[in-house]
Design a protein around this ligand. Structure first.
Ligand code: CUA
Length: 329
């Protein structure tokens, strides 16, 4: 090992100097470097005091250990005002610095600029949905680069937590209230979104991407994404909706079992309900099951589906029904 690699390795350990992504996730927003600086300050401060305190402890244990020649404790001062003031005032200053610094970073992360672009975020079991100002709903968060984006987030059911490591952003998403967050992406690319609050069976599948577009690319994407309902045949649009809106999270399209019944062969079938009644899964039954999922639950399944009332337009429901027909051919 050359002396250069040794120094590089040591400085990496001691000063957190490292290639990007090696230790921390990539930093892709304006807020991320500020969080990283504070994190490293607290980390290395803790390392310093850990070494100091444990080092002194070991030294004293060895220095004042019991020996044959030492039968009684040595005389020592009971009190040292200067020393006691020092070990009180220095830590006090340090915790005040950590508080003030942390408060500044927190406030910066909590206060979006006035001109921020707004996207609505919905958490539901088990999918993130993103609603854009023109009404388009997507399964991924698309944003323009170098533009402040404000997220207004709520949940359909239980507590979820919106977490983007590359932006150092994590915020609980709670039913019945709105949580807000904002960021300004600094690099083009795709970054993982997680759910960071255990929310049930498919919690770890609650994955989306943040797609950061080049200047101009976002507007183009949004325009194209928003009118697929008009451009595609209904069944194809329906297939897209089933994948995008979280249906496929619980209902397979290939006959496999899941949290809800499979959509393959579902249309036109005779269905046994929890109530004991039987219905034919026609257009009206599918529509009712989307808008009022608890009304006629299929036997053998839990009533856990959230309602899509107000969240799917009539034309979208029609497209989904057309897709189910294709799946049942
Ligand atoms: Cu949603 Cu975990």
């Amino acid at each position: 090992m050359s002396i250069e690699t040794l120094i590089a390795g040591l400085s990496r350990i001691l000063f957190a100097v490292q290639a990007e992504g090696e230790w921390m996730p990539v930093a892709a927003s304006t807020g991320a470097p500020a969080v990283d600086r504070l994190f490293h300050f607290i980390l290395w401060l803790s390392v310093f005091f850990f070494v100091l305190i444990v080092g002194l402890m070991v030294l004293f244990v060895v220095r004042y250990r019991r020996r044959a020649s030492r039968t009684a404790p040595e005389a020592s001062p009971a009190h040292n005002t200067a020393l006691e003031l020092t070990w009180t005032i220095i830590p006090l200053i340090l915790v005040i610095v950590i508080f003030a610094w942390g408060f500044k970073v927190f406030m910066d992360m909590s206060t979006p600029p006035g001109n921020a672009y707004e996207v609505l975020v919905t958490g539901q079991k088990w999918k993130w949905l993103f609603t854009y100002p023109n009404g388009h709903v997507d399964e991924n968060l698309h944003v323009p680069v170098d533009t402040p984006v404000r997220l207004v987030m709520t949940s359909e059911d239980v507590i979820h937590s919106f977490y983007v490591p590359a932006f150092r952003m994590k915020k609980d998403v709670v039913p019945g209230r709105y949580s807000k967050a904002w960021f300004r992406a600094t690099r083009v690319g795709e970054f993982q979104v997680y759910c960071a609050e255990y929310c049930g069976t498919s919690h770890s599948d609650m994955l989306s991407m943040v797609v950061v577009h080049e200047p101009g690319g976002f507007e183009q994407w949004l325009e194209r994404a928003a009118d697929f309902l008009n451009k595609l045949p209904p069944a194809e649009a329906g297939a897209k909706l089933v994948a995008q809106r979280g249906c496929a999270q619980c209902h397979s399209v290939d006959g496999r079992g899941g949290i809800g019944p499979t959509l393959k062969g579902a249309f036109g079938r005779q269905v046994q309900l929890v109530s004991g009644a039987q219905v034919i899964a026609d257009e009206d039954y599918i529509r009712e099951s989307i808008l009022a999922p608890q009304a006629k639950v299929v036997a053998g399944y839990q009533p856990v589906m959230p309602t899509y009332k107000g969240r799917l337009k009539d034309a979208e429901i029609t497209a989904i029904i057309e897709y189910l027909k294709v799946l049942s051919q």
